[in-house]
Design a protein around this ligand. Structure first.
Ligand code: ZN
Length: 80
């Protein structure tokens, strides 16, 4: 199962200067204790997950790494 990230749940700073970051998995209301910095289209973004969803997130990242890149288009012309 792929983890659904709710990007609206971004960290916010409270009036006391404390940073609040809930787990960003969709529908999860647990505190996000594990932070990950990701590169999202050239923009640095911090993701937070509870331990359970952090595990799932890491599994997803590993699965994405194992997916082979799309095949290159064949070269034009041919060697004779
Ligand atoms: Zn969670």
């Amino acid at each position: 199962m792929t983890l659904k990230i709710d990007r609206r749940k971004t960290p916010r700073t409270t009036s006391t200067g404390h940073s609040e970051h809930p787990c960003m998995a969709e529908g999860c209301t647990t505190w996000g204790s594990r932070g990950y910095t990701v590169d999202d289209a050239g923009k640095r973004q911090q993701l937070w997950f509870c331990p359970d969803h952090a595990k799932q997130y890491e599994a997803d990242v590993e699965a994405a790494k194992r997916t082979p890149p799309p095949p290159r288009p064949p070269k034009q012309g041919r060697l004779v």
